[in-house]
Design a protein. Structure first.
Lengths: 261, 566
């Protein structure tokens, strides 16, 4: 099928791509990326255009419902090469939900964060809860779900067997299994509920953080914040988001200037 | 009575005879050789299905169109309904030669009646020739340089048309609306409305003074190669009108408009003016010249300006056209920087052609250069040359030097690789931080990893506790059943010992004890095959207790049954 037709279909309607069409779009995206890499030295402007085209193709797949860590990583790469730092960080952050321990992802996210102009100094002190739940950010949701299911099944299996025969250390084993099953299921549940709602990235340059949800409110900071600044979402109102910046400053930004991660 | 019937019959007959009509629409009094004219015969309220015929007419060839047009009308006036049906037949009369001809009185017979038309005199002339339409293309008078625009003007002359019978002259817009054809390079200009319409006096090919409408379209193009300028031919076609008719408008208020009843197709072709596209002279041509013609401004930006040896510096070149009028920067190339020795001496410069992005009158190119050594302190002034056709000379604009800082990097010499020194020093390789790592490939990246509460997941979570609850329920049930069994056994034992004790008793006391023991057995064994035996023994107890009968074997039989149950 003609790729242009596929893309037009995607833009004009919410038609789901077939597997064949997804493969075609992925091929096009990678081809545009490779073309951008080859042009980087001789014609950087044309290279950026090619990377932008690649990012659009990867984004089509994501919009089609393919939420894959590696795909989002590629999308982040294309965006960062195209100079779209905000979009790149957003893509990497979403990718880290699926492949949090991936070395390439960590490296590229760190590099992209280093490109942010005037980044905010992050509060490095960690709460006890954050320290205790380190595994929540280190393990992918799918892995935590798998481990939780294993603990859950083992817990009930142990209880069932114990009815018939006496098991040494039954109490300790069943308590641990039950505890891990509940903790892991809570962790997965938090992920599912919190998806797309908790964090964000500034996607355009020079965004003014205001004291309220309207352009009539005074700026909160002397300087506008730059593309790629990450924040926590406190509240959402029509067209505006109440954000918490890494340095602890709270303020409002227009929703169209930000991306959810 | 007879008289009244006769009057009604005569009136009806008269009405019927009056409603039958044959009408003939004759062609116009003027026509052209070879252009068919219509003659229409209309039968109104006729019974017969016969079709009319037209005889041979001098000066014309006659042909009847195969289809007939039928219609029916119903009119109600003062409560009286009248129905009218018509059939129309069209004949095409094509004049064969020039002259004055007469269509004689034509007779048509239908339903036993004859209808006759009046004769019509028609003057036939030769149709207008191609002289009514002319096309002229003019362009830039002198030769142009490659990169310069060529202005072209297309003029279409259309002879004014006046219908002699209606005495109506069509205006310029109406006449232009009959035009079609391949306007080639002028099509875009026509679509953009870059046209002009005017009325001029002129002469036809036969030397007759007449009025012409002139449609003027102006277009600009840029030659792509040097040599004679070539362009797609321009052909204009026109359905030139020969006669008009008034067309009754539709709608409640009616109204009239004009329609073309006869026309013929005429064509005209535009001859391209000879224009030679020439290249700038080779004399005094700079080596970095990239065929730019005109007058340009050249700006340069370098980023970053602090690099290590071999690292890229992006040069952004902005070339802005400083002339007036239309421009097309599609063919404008960046200067060949790889031929600027002052630059290539200190920098590595790729020789690949650059794309560039056009925005208004400015075209932006980017190119990466890499310093060859740490001694480089600046990017030298860079030139951009263009040929000025007005002055006939090359003009060169130079940028200002851009200071840069180049740091040295550790290099590995050939001797290090060969290892000619006696003592080999271990090399420490350090991973460079930063930069982007490569993409992932493979089809597995199209597998969605999103976790959501699917029915399968909910089932998987709910299944283990459900299974456990089922096992637990089963065990509890079995325990309960066992306990119930043990209780029944105790009661049977109790009843048996009561019966044994009753054997030793007499009279009322014996009967009561037996009866009580048998009732206990009846509760335990209800529904079993011994229930009937228990019932029979209980009946014997009641007979002894209330009927006064003596039954010496009752206690013994009860004991036998109790033993059997145990």
């Amino acid at each position: 099928m003609n790729l242009l037709t596929v893309l037009t279909l995607c833009i004009l309607s919410s038609v789901q791509l077939t597997n064949e069409q997804q493969v075609a779009v992925l091929k096009e995206a990678q081809s545009a990326y490779d073309n951008g890499v080859s042009l980087q030295t001789a014609d950087p402007v044309a290279a950026k255009e090619s990377f932008r085209r690649s990012a659009q193709r990867f984004q089509i797949l994501v919009d089609d419902g393919v939420e894959n860590g590696k795909l989002l990583y590629n999308l982040g790469n294309a965006n960062v090469q195209a100079g779209q730092i905000g979009e790149a960080i957003a893509a990497y952050r979403i990718a880290s939900r699926y492949i949090p321990s991936d070395g390439r992802l960590r490296g590229n996210l760190a590099h992209t964060r280093s490109l942010v102009h005037n980044p905010f100094e992050k509060n490095k002190s960690k709460s006890l809860l954050t320290r205790l739940t380190f595994w929540h950010d280190s393990l992918p949701t799918g892995a935590r779900l798998g481990l939780g299911m294993i603990c859950w099944v083992a817990f009930w299996g142990l209880l069932s067997v114990h009815i018939f025969i006496s098991i040494p250390g039954f109490k300790t084993a069943s308590t641990f299994l039950g505890f891990f099953a509940i903790v892991l299921s809570v962790s997965v549940g938090v992920d599912i509920v919190d998806q797309d709602t908790k964090y964000g990235v500034i996607a355009t340059d020079e965004v003014i953080v205001r004291k309220g949800n309207g352009t009539n409110y005074s700026p909160m900071l002397n300087e506008p914040i730059g593309e790629g600044v990450e924040f926590e979402i406190i509240e959402q109102r029509p067209d505006w988001i109440h954000i918490l910046l890494p340095n602890g400053t709270k303020g409002w930004v227009e929703e169209e200037a930000a991306l959810h991660v | 009575m007879y008289l009244v019937r006769s009057i009604i019959f005569i009136l009806l007959f008269a009405t019927h005879a009056f409603s039958q009509q044959v009408s003939i629409q004759m062609p116009k009094p003027n026509g052209y050789v070879g252009v068919p004219m219509e003659l229409v015969v209309v039968y109104e309220n006729t019974q017969s299905s016969a079709k009319p015929t037209v005889p041979e007419i001098e000066g014309f060839s006659v042909e009847r169109l195969p289809n007939e047009q039928t219609s029916q009308h119903t009119t109600i006036i003062n409560g009286k309904m009248t129905q009218t049906s018509t059939r129309a037949f069209t004949f095409l009369l094509t004049p064969k030669e020039e002259g004055v001809f007469t269509i004689p009185a034509l007779t048509f017979r239908i339903d036993g009646k004859g209808f006759q038309s009046t004769p019509r005199i028609i003057t036939i002339k030769q149709p207008p020739t191609g002289g009514a339409l002319k096309v002229k293309i003019s362009g830039t008078n002198s030769d142009v340089y490659l990169g310069q625009p060529i202005d072209l003007t297309l003029k279409v002359f259309i002879e004014q048309f006046t219908d002699p019978s209606l005495r109506v002259t069509l205006n310029a817009r109406d006449m232009v609306s009959f035009l079609r054809g391949d306007l080639g390079i002028f099509k875009d200009a026509l679509d953009e409305g870059n046209i002009q319409l005017q009325e001029v006096q002129g002469k036809t090919d036969e030397g007759i003074s007449t009025t012409f409408y002139v449609l003027t379209i102006r277009a600009t193009t840029w030659p792509e190669t040097s040599g004679p300028f070539k362009m797609d031919p321009v052909s204009v076609l026109m359905n030139y009108p020969l006669s008009l008719a008034k067309d009754r408008g539709l709608g409640f208020f009616g109204g009239e408009s004009l329609k073309v009843t006869q026309s013929h197709l005429i064509t005209a072709h535009g001859e391209m003016p000879t224009i030679e596209v020439i290249s700038p002279p080779l004399e005094d041509q700079p080596s970095w010249f990239s065929d730019a013609v005109g007058n340009y401004d050249f700006r340069l930006v370098a980023d970053p300006t602090h690099v290590k040896v071999g690292e890229p510096i992006t040069l952004t070149m902005r070339i802005t056209d400083r002339t007036m009028g239309p421009i097309n920067l599609d063919f404008l190339s960046a200067p060949h920087l790889d031929r600027v020795s002052a630059l290539t001496e200190h920098f590595r410069v790729p020789d690949t052609p650059l794309g560039g992005i056009t925005e208004g009158r400015t075209k932006t190119f980017t190119q990466s250069i890499r310093p060859r050594s740490e001694e480089v302190k600046e990017i030298p002034p860079l030139p951009m040359s263009s040929y000025d056709p007005l002055k006939g000379t090359y003009q060169t604009v130079w940028t200002k030097p851009i200071p840069i800082t180049v740091d040295a990097v550790a290099t590995v010499s050939a001797s290090d690789l060969i290892g000619d020194t006696s003592v080999a020093t271990p090399t420490t390789l350090t991973e460079v931080e930063g930069g982007i790592l490569a993409n992932y490939t493979g089809k597995d990246i199209l597998t969605s990893q999103r976790v959501s509460f699917t029915p399968l997941l909910i089932t998987a979570i709910a299944a283990p506790p459900c299974i456990f609850a089922s096992i637990l329920s089963l065990i509890m049930y079995r325990k309960h059943a066992k306990k119930s069994l043990l209780t029944n056994k105790g009661r049977v034992n109790h009843a048996t010992s009561s019966i044994r004790r009753a054997i030793k008793l007499h009279g009322e006391q014996q009967v009561q004890t037996l009866s009580s023991a048998l009732r206990e057995l009846q509760e335990v064994k209800s529904g079993s095959n011994v229930a009937t035996d228990i019932d029979a023994l209980l009946s014997r107890c009641e007979a002894m207790q209330f009927g006064g009968f003596e039954d010496e074997t009752l206690a013994k039989d009860a004991e036998t049954l109790a033993e059997a149950i145990r």
